[in-house]
Design a protein around this ligand. Structure first.
Ligand code: UDP
Length: 466
């Protein structure tokens, strides 16, 4: 397959004033002033983002809105997506898993893998080079496009490498993955990690920015939905019984649902985890924690993720979907009836986002039992919707969930602990409501786009003026 045709993702500008009702006029004014100062400083130079997929996963999710707001604030910004082939993405997935402290598929990261990685970078560079001018600020996201960093620096661009993944400690797998990545990323002028402990010791601390991600309250994924709208969206996706009521016409693709038993009744309390089909998200662990440690009662577990053909840079998705399915099939019949697996179509990203939004809002408890997590946008998304969250005490999740205040943190290896936490939230509506209220406030204070854009503006200003 011919590869290397990096493409530009069209993004609609978003007026930052739209954040006014949530942030208040002062925060919006400050944002506009910061953008104006940066525009003067950049003086026609562009901000270029480069990653490896336009849809699926947290980075694409965030870029769509951040690039939109940056354009809306009058800064010249573009978003490029590199193209790879299955072999390339198998290698980058191995690196990605390694940076999370896991073995991934256990394959090599040696000379042959470097050669394949370099080849894809070289071919993408042909497309990227004419789009980047000396002085432009290029933000390269994650390891996949990192082969472009050195040539872009040579071209005279100011390059930031932003790493969205990470592991709280180090082990043989992180060491091996960093060994692969280091040579590609080290030429960058500055580095951004979601948390400080994710940055290896050789990253120059003087040029390390710690910037947690953010969510957009107005994106289809997060915007307010009325109760009736939530139910209609879920009916439209085929997830809820309707008693003849119509589904929301915006949902044109029915989800692929694996269930043993009747369609869910809207009154049934739902425990939901929404994630890519990735072993780090441990969907199977959530399933066992639920059926073995949450007393059988009214609640059902729904494990939802994207249709696996829809996420281009994630070759393991289909495998993990099948593993989860096989684990579900092995459950005793009575337990199987308590769990549903859902693959949400990715054909239309807005439709997908609306269904995820509705699912998160409809959930009585949102779970994110990742074994490792860079940040975990799904956690911020649920918290914004004032949902009580039960999540692993790993990576960026601990920056979001304050145990006992905005939700509950659990040890991801402790399935009984997970079950107990879910049961506690299901059984105590007053506490669940308090968690939700506090969670929304925490996201409002720390994880919305204005804070994110300020952090970027500070780093870019320092880079360009130094
Ligand atoms: N997501 C989605 N559809 C799905 C599953 C996930 O849109 O079927 C989104 C989810 O809402 C979140 C992102 O993908 O915005 C996942 O980001 P996160 O940081 O949680 O994990 P990552 O996938 O980046 O590891």
């Amino acid at each position: 397959m011919e590869t290397g045709l990096a493409t530009r993702v069209p993004v609609e500008p978003i007026d930052v004033r739209r954040l006014g009702p949530i942030l208040g006029p002062e925060r919006v004014e400050e944002l506009l002033e910061t953008a104006a100062a940066l525009r003067r400083l950049l003086d026609g130079r562009r901000v270029v983002n480069v990653n490896s997929t336009p849809y699926g996963g947290g980075v694409a999710e965030m870029l769509r809105t951040l690039v939109g707001y940056t354009l809306g604030a009058g800064l010249e910004t573009i978003w490029l997506v590199i193209e790879g082939n299955p072999e390339f993405f198998t290698i980058t997935k191995r690196v990605h898993n390694g940076l999370y402290g896991g073995p991934g598929d256990g394959g090599e990261l040696g000379v042959a893998e470097h050669a394949r990685f370099d080849g894809v970078a070289e071919r993408n560079l042909e497309r990227v080079r004419p789009l980047v001018r000396a002085g432009d600020v290029v933000i390269v996201h994650d390891p996949q496009p990192s082969g472009l960093i050195a040539p872009l620096v040579e071209l005279g661009a100011v390059v930031i490498w932003r790493c969205h993944v990470g592991y709280d400690g180090s082990n043989e797998w992180t060491e091996r993955a960093w060994g692969f990545v280091r040579g590609y990323v080290e030429p960058a002028h500055a580095f951004v990690f979601s948390r400080e402990p994710f940055a290896p010791a050789w990253i120059d601390r003087a040029w390390l920015g710690v910037i947690p991600p953010s969510i957009d309250p107005f994106a289809p994924k997060n915007r307010d939905l009325r109760g009736a709208e939530v139910l209609a969206l879920l009916r439209g996706a085929g997830l809820l019984a309707g008693d003849g009521a119509p589904g929301d016409p915006r949902v044109r693709h029915v989800a692929n649902i694996v269930r043993d038993g009747t369609l869910l009744d809207p009154q049934t309390p739902l425990v939901v985890q929404v994630s890519r089909w990735d072993r780090m998200k441990d969907m199977t662990g959530v399933m066992h924690g639920f059926v073995e440690h949450v007393p059988a009662g009214g609640a059902r577990l729904l494990l939802a993720g994207p249709e696996t053909a829809g996420v281009e840079d994630d070759p393991e998705g289909a495998e993990v979907w099948h593993e989860t399915l096989a684990a579900w099939e092995r459950l005793p019949r009575a337990d199987r009836a308590r769990v549903q697996l859902v693959a949400i179509p990715m054909a239309d990203p807005v439709e997908n986002a609306l269904v995820v939004n509705a699912l998160q809002r409809h959930a009585s408890v949102v779970v994110q039992k990742s074994l490792a997590e860079g940040f975990g946008l799904t956690v911020a998304e649920a918290m914004w919707k004032a949902r009580p969250v039960v999540a692993s005490a790993v990576g960026g999740i601990v920056d979001q969930v304050v145990h006992g205040e905005t939700g509950l943190l659990v040890d991801p290896t402790d399935l009984a602990g997970l079950g107990a936490a879910i049961t506690r939230v299901l059984d105590d509506a007053v506490e669940a409501e308090r968690f939700g209220r506090n969670a929304r406030r925490r996201v409002e204070q720390r994880f919305l786009g204005d804070r994110h854009l300020f952090d970027y503006a500070r780093l870019i200003t320092r880079l360009v003026t130094s």
